[in-house]
Design a protein around this ligand. Structure first.
Ligand SMILES: Cc1ncc(COP(=O)(O)O)c(C=O)c1O
Length: 358
């Protein structure tokens, strides 16, 4: 089976983790600190706080802004449910905003309509690597958490994406632009916001009590993250090369939602098709794993007011395999297969799945 996504782990990644394991120092220490400094330098920000997941980083980012019960936080409908979890962990209310059906990012005007006197933050993800208009969100006058979980390596007017919000959040989950297996980081220019996050990441050795967590990253994860970060630009280029192959073969039958503008990274190659389930089923029968890029729009999960644009995207969006080690010839085969499936869905529907009994 050609997987939808796959981490790229090379000899120097293995050596980095091996070195830490042999050192005997496994819990948060110098590697974590160095990873935070290197990631902050890569994003042009003052500092970072590494965590054991992107969700934890989002939670700490919200806490750094003082968000808790009574506050409202805007999040888009077409995104990962981690955003909803992070907001609800603080006791705040998530206001779910409809998405822009062209970019798959949160709609700025839709966000404006959800502002109330209780709005305390907006979490703006750069969905699938497509840079969202953070400056336009800033003009709404509310603190911004720039969610770069999909967009490490993206740029805005030549500067790294992640610098326009009050805080930036990364995820290093296994499928992300770079990985530490699980992991995340929040970054900021503000020493005050970083200090709150750093305090709450770890629960021990304090003179006074407040709610704190164990959100720490291990030294093995940080060593892997440092090694991966050095390869980021190569990973970004490789993804773009593969996206070009998809783009030239699929422009007509399955137009892309992602990777269309300068500065974006192609974290996911998401295309518009008449029936995503038919593509997923038929591609699977041919040994290719395609996926819905979002499992369920959040308005549906949270049972809040209906977001019609996110629903429309959900009806048509499907994500094709994309990762740095995917061979170009395989990308060409996947593109041809996808074009055939879209042109003649019925012919492919009857092919038995690889995993099903004969
Ligand atoms: C946009 C976005 N934000 C946050 C997260 C959460 O990251 P993690 O899985 O590291 O907790 C994800 C997860 O995939 C995501 O896609």
């Amino acid at each position: 089976m050609i997987p939808h996504s796959r981490p790229t782990i090379e000899a120097d990644d293995l050596a980095a983790v091996d070195r830490v394991l042999r050192s005997g120092h496994l819990a948060q220490g110098r590697e974590v600190q160095a990873f935070e400094e290197e990631a902050a330098a890569a994003l042009g920000l003052g500092g970072g706080v590494a965590t054991n997941s992107g969700t934890a980083a989002l939670h700490l980012a919200l806490l750094s802004l003082g968000i808790g019960p009574g506050a409202e936080v805007l999040i888009p409908a077409y995104t990962c449910v981690a955003l909803l979890h992070a907001v609800r962990l603080t006791g705040a209310t998530a206001r779910i905003v409809d998405s822009d059906p062209d970019t798959l990012n949160m709609g700025v005007e839709a966000a404006r309509r959800h502002l109330t006197a209780a709005t305390r933050a907006i979490i703006v993800p750069h969905m699938f690597g497509t840079v969202a208009p953070v400056e336009a969100f800033r003009s709404l006058g509310v603190p911004i958490i720039e969610n770069c979980a999909h967009a490490l390596g993206a740029t805005v007017h030549g500067a790294p994406a992640g610098g326009a919000g009050d805080l930036a959040v990364l995820s290093f989950y296994a499928t992300k632009m770079i990985t530490t297996g699980e992991g995340g980081m929040l970054l900021s220019r503000s020493p005050d916001l970083l200090a709150v996050a750093r305090d709450r990441r770890d629960y021990d050795h304090r003179a006074t009590h407040r709610q704190r967590f164990n959100y720490k990253m291990t030294e093995m994860q940080a060593a892997l993250g440092r090694s991966q970060l050095r390869k980021l630009s190569r990973f970004v280029e490789r993804r773009e090369t593969l996206a070009r192959i998809y783009r030239s073969a699929l422009r007509e039958p399955a137009p892309a939602y992602t990777g269309l503008r300068d500065g974006d990274v192609v974290y996911r190659y998401v295309v518009r098709v008449p029936d995503p389930d038919a593509v997923i089923r038929s591609a699977s029968a041919h040994g290719v794993e395609c996926k819905r890029p979002v499992h369920s729009p959040l308005d549906r999960l949270a049972r809040t007011s209906f977001c019609p644009r996110a629903a429309e995207v959900f009806r048509h969006a499907v994500s094709l395999p994309l990762y740095p080690s995917l061979p170009e010839a395989t990308a060409r085969t996947i593109a041809d297969l996808t074009a055939q499936i879209v042109a003649r869905p019925d012919e492919h529907a009857e092919v038995p799945s690889l995993g099903s009994p004969a």
